[in-house]
Design a protein around this ligand. Structure first.
Ligand SMILES: [Zn+2]
Length: 368
């Protein structure tokens, strides 16, 4: 674990209603492999890995060195920054402390902060806090559950979470607001559990009608991620998508991803799995046929282009036209479906038990 120098004063600044907020912390990689980074803010204190203070003037410019980070020409194995209030990392505000250390190809910056504060910042990166409050609360619980599950799994690593779609999107505290804070504090410390363990609370934007079974995406079968029917998200205009790609463009993307294809002439959807999504997609070229899994196909063509593996395709005049439903891998809670369920009058606990059947909503303190 890293240093928590900035946290005590930060906790003390909370008002009374936050007194019950757990002291659990989380470590999030906010920058990876950057050549340099600046840290700024009021009353910045820098400490090195042995705990001794380093005199710095703000803004602090941190550069990458050989297995080190460099400030004012001096190399350090690790520097931890705390401030009187928020820290500005490359101009973006973050709560808690920021730790700079050498990564594989540049500086790694890890933001360590109270889990509950992380959640307040995260809400508007993942959904909009203007959504019905029960849907925002459901998001707070699953993001907390997901983060704690990753923390358990990666306990000894330098950080617990990425700040991108690989884990959960997080961009600091700039977009915190009172509704996001309310959803987090109203569900303080609550997590989803199964057989006494914190679950893998995967979630996604829009399932397009049926949520996906975990084994269809990652091979591992989890009883609470077997997939449920969800017609609620279909009310969202964003449920249906269309994408057009020329066969030449698709060939370029295949080659860029390392596939040996030449003269792509057609695209054939393969068989569908028990949740209605394509198991595989065949790319036909003049000499051979290349089979990709549905997820590989999305990755090669772009996750934001082919938004789900539930699509049909027609090829004409050298162009493939894809028509699909849903957005994302489809496993676990469907965010747009949860929004509609909240509009229909369901509470967050009911929404969660629908998308993660067989799980129990518990206080973290009752699990550990
Ligand atoms: Zn859905």
């Amino acid at each position: 674990m890293g240093f928590l120098i900035g946290l005590p004063q930060f906790v003390a600044s909370h008002n009374e209603s936050d007194a019950a907020v757990p002291s659990e912390t989380i470590r999030v990689a906010i920058l990876k492999n950057v050549p340099s980074v600046t840290v700024d803010g009021d009353g910045i204190i820098a400490t090195r890995e042995n705990g001794s203070a380093v005199a710095v003037t703000t803004p602090v410019l941190i550069k990458t060195g050989k297995n080190s980070v460099i400030v004012n020409g001096t190399a350090y194995r690790r520097l931890t920054f705390s401030g009187a209030s928020v820290l500005y990392v490359n101009g973006k505000p973050y709560r808690g402390v920021a730790e700079a250390s050498p990564g594989d190809k540049g500086v790694l910056v890890v933001n360590e902060l109270l889990l509950e504060e992380y959640l307040v910042g995260l809400i508007n990166c993942e959904i909009s806090s203007a959504w019905p409050i029960e849907a925002v609360k459901a998001q707070a619980v699953i993001a907390r559950t997901y983060a704690l599950n990753r923390k358990e799994a990666r306990g000894t690593s330098l950080y617990h979470l990425e700040s991108s779609v690989i884990d959960q999107v997080y961009d600091g505290c700039e977009i915190e607001d009172s509704r996001a804070r309310r959803a987090v504090s109203d569900t303080a410390g609550e997590v989803l559990s199964h057989n006494g363990s914190i679950i893998q609370a995967f979630y996604h934007s829009n399932c397009g009608g049926k949520t996906e079974a975990s084994e269809n995406v990652w091979g591992a079968r989890l009883p609470y991620l077997a997939g449920v029917d969800c017609t609620y998200c279909l009310a969202a205009a964003s449920s249906a998508w269309e994408a057009k790609l020329s066969l030449a463009e698709m060939e370029e993307r295949m080659k860029a991803a390392g596939y040996k294809v030449s003269g792509v002439t057609d695209i054939h959807p393969g068989v569908r799995n028990n949740r209605g999504r394509l198991k595989n997609v065949m790319v036909v070229s003049s000499r051979a046929e290349t089979t990709l899994t549905g997820d590989q196909f999305r990755k090669v063509m772009g996750y934001s282009v082919i938004k789900s593996t539930n699509f049909t395709v027609r090829v004409a005049n050298g162009e493939a036209v894809f028509s699909g439903l849903g957005n994302g891998h489809g496993v676990g809670l469907c965010q747009w479906g949860a929004k509609q369920r909240a509009l229909d009058g369901f509470g967050y606990a009911e929404i969660l038990s629908y998308y993660y059947p067989g799980t129990e909503l518990k206080k973290l303190s009752d699990i550990r």
